[in-house]
Write a protein that binds this ligand. Structure first.
Ligand SMILES: [Zn+2]
Ligand SMILES: [Zn+2]
Length: 676
């Protein structure tokens, strides 16, 4: 993006964004990408001076030295430097660190140093009008945003840096704890334990198949002698079923109400992640990567173009110009009856920044069907979802007629319910899964008329344990509890999976044995820190820093006192845990012990480090290769994926993503789920 003679330099995070911007800014601007943060706390030490107001020491990241020298080269001869990083805390901090690095450059000649002016430009969509408008109204760096980002970073560092060694001491080296990550893990583990402890209760339902003028419908037993029907077991259900058979079915009452269903607000980060999981099966991480590509710009015949607004946001607000455009579109394409008299306005939660916008199409005139041939399949699916949701958000409500009919049968009351769609409204474009099943038509029934009973269906049920979390339900819970922010939901989940504290199992999050051990330790010693209320309080305080109401050193001081006391107590009381197994080391005959590594448990000689014998704990399933004496063992690949390999490796190269069934070994059932 180097252009000769231009006096302006624009700094952004990514090459894709640089390319899209380049199209709008013309030859007077050179654009350079930083590839994310250039500067961070050091990897080799804590980098925070706790004694002196938690002052951080920043270093240039090793992997970013090349990017920084690239930017420094570009800055020569430029008089104006525009910081055009993303419009949030992280973006502001990335830009601020780069600005500081560039301001350090000493002029080589003895002449007066060139005067450089640094300006911040902020836009929520990478379209020509938004970009030109932003460059027409640059501002100074926002010190409060930067302060909030630093507060978050330093707090996470102090906490993680001091907690992790305790995990090493008790469980295994290399483990890590984190502020938001550990609370999320705690929620997942607590849910798992609730599932394990759950005792299913038996209950029964009776449904009646009824008929009027050849139209069949079903009604469910609701009341017995005026009380809610409670059918506990097969015997009771059987005798009641027999009694019902001989009753006359008479319509007792008919209730009809019109129900209005309002459209959903346009997406914010958390709702986008939930719906993309529910409708498209995307993990939170995948959704964010795709959304970023749509935001930064997609190659279209007319050149690169940003298709959606910024994807990290907690505000459902839409710009007036976008509302005007979508209202014109709805009136023209769907008709006046779908357009409300006034725009639908959506309010953010109190913590949201009102300067932010919902995730919406940059222009509704970029219809999904027109772009399909230019977008990869997954990009298209996500864009389509965002487009539909936004257009629907400005349409009229859907109208339903709900009918509830009580049918008397002696001392029993059955209830039938029907739903009829009167006006589809926004739902022509956007439905959630549960609404799809909703249309249920009943015949026209009249009070006191007799209905014919065709059959009775008694069915046995058991109460179900609470479900495991999915990406969607965990993100919703984190948001509802005020834990984390739009920028943290996806990385939090990703870290838990990467650390093997949690595994995704058919879309559901299941803690591993290691994850449970880690949480038990953290909750025992740091229950005040690794909990929902404390974490939510911290997030609120970070918001207050952003509003300029407090400084980060204050919240760090408030946090550190009690935390240090817990820490000292833990250091004194946590002992290395040693779990012996009944197997001797083949090299030195000392007993073997269970140890934990990055990919789970393994056996090690208790005389370590004098004796370095170690071996995997196998699944107990024989290797399916003919004549191979090995057993299958779980391993982890370079990219973090788990697979099964053979203990006889490298002589046997068998691998499989799934554990084959062992026909002659009773242990196979248990080995299906090596982490309980
Ligand atoms: Zn040994
Ligand atoms: Zn083998």
């Amino acid at each position: 993006m180097a252009k000769k003679n231009s006096k302006n330099l624009v700094v952004v995070e990514s090459p894709a964004k640089a390319k899209t911007l380049g199209k709008f800014l013309g030859d007077d601007f050179s654009i350079v990408a930083s590839y994310g943060h250039i500067v961070d706390l050091p990897a080799s030490s804590m980098g925070v001076d706790i004694e002196h107001d938690f002052t951080p020491t920043y270093v240039v990241l090793k992997a970013k030295q090349k990017a920084l020298s690239g930017i420094k080269k570009e800055v020569k001869g430029k008089t104006r430097i525009y910081i055009a990083t993303d419009p949030d805390r992280e973006g502001e901090a990335i830009g601020w660190h780069i600005m500081n690095k560039l301001a350090e450059i000493k002029p080589k000649s003895k002449k007066l140093p060139e005067k450089k002016e640094f300006l911040r430009v902020v836009f929520h969509e990478i379209t020509k009008s938004a970009v030109l408008d932003a460059f027409g109204h640059p501002r100074q760096m926002d010190v409060n945003l930067i302060e909030a980002q630093q507060g978050r970073r330093i707090l996470d560092r102090v906490l993680g840096y001091q907690l992790s060694p305790l995990l090493w001491k008790k469980i295994s080296r290399g483990l890590s704890a984190g502020r938001v990550q550990s609370v999320a893990l705690r929620l997942i583990v607590e849910r798992e334990r609730a599932i394990l402890e759950f005792k299913p209760q038996e209950y029964w339902n009776i449904e009646a198949e009824l008929s009027k003028e050849d139209m069949n419908f079903r009604a469910r037993l609701e009341k017995i002698d005026g009380e809610k029907a409670d059918l506990g077991n097969k015997e009771k259900t059987g005798s009641i079923n027999d009694e019902i058979k001989s009753q006359q079915f008479v319509v007792e009452s008919i209730k009809q109400i019109q129900k209005k269903r309002n459209p959903y607000p346009p997406f914010i980060t958390s709702t986008l992640q939930q719906e993309a999981f529910n409708k498209l099966g995307f993990t939170a991480n995948k959704t964010m990567a795709l959304a970023q590509a749509l935001y930064e710009g997609v190659e279209l015949p007319a050149g690169p173009q940003g298709l959606i607004t910024y994807m990290r946001t907690d505000s459902p607000r839409a710009a007036d110009s976008a509302i005007k455009q979508v209202r014109e579109y709805i009136e023209k394409s769907a008709g006046k009856e779908y357009l409300p008299d006034n725009p639908n306005y959506y309010k953010a939660k109190k913590s949201a920044q009102e300067a932010h916008e919902a995730i919406r199409p940059a222009s509704v005139l970029n219809r999904p069907q027109d772009l399909e041939e230019f977008l990869d399949e997954d990009l298209f699916k996500l864009y389509n979802l965002i487009w539909m949701r936004f257009v629907a958000s400005q349409m009229n409500p859907a109208l339903y007629l709900q009918t509830s009919v009580d049918i008397k049968a002696g001392r029993f009351v059955f209830r039938a319910s029907g739903t009829k769609l009167l006006f589809a409204g926004f739902s022509v474009l956007y439905k959630t899964d549960d609404e799809d099943k909703e249309s249920k038509i009943l015949p026209e029934l009249i009070k006191d008329e007799h209905i014919k009973l065709l059959a009775l269906y008694p069915t046995q049920h058991f109460t179900k344990p609470p479900p495991r979390f999915s990406d969607a339900t965990l993100v919703r819970l984190l948001e509802e509890n005020g834990i984390g922010r739009p920028s943290t939901y996806a990385p939090t989940l990703q870290t838990l999976v990467y650390r093997d504290y949690v595994r995704r199992n058919s879309g559901y999050l299941r803690p591993t044995e290691l994850g449970m051990k880690v949480i038990d330790l953290l909750v025992e010693y740091f229950g005040n820190v690794i909990n929902v209320e404390f974490t939510a309080q911290i997030e609120e305080n970070l918001d207050k820093i952003e509003e300029g109401k407090i400084k980060y050193a204050e919240i760090l001081r408030d946090f550190y006192g009690p935390f240090k006391a817990d820490l000292d107590f833990a250091h004194k009381n946590i002992k290395k845990e040693v779990v012996y197994v009944e197997e001797a080391c083949p090299n030195c005959q000392k007993p073997l012990v269970i140890k934990w590594g990055r990919s789970g448990k393994f056996l090690s000689c208790s005389a370590f480090p004098e004796c370095r014998f170690a071996k995997s704990i196998t699944t107990g399933i024989k290797c399916p290769e003919p004549d191979c004496p090995g057993e299958l063992v779980e391993r982890r690949g370079m990219r973090g994926r788990f697979f099964y390999g053979c203990t006889n490796y490298p002589n046997c190269k068998f691998t499989s993503n799934k554990l084959p069934k062992n026909t002659d070994d009773h242990k196979s059932e248990e080995a299906e789920h090596p982490h309980g």
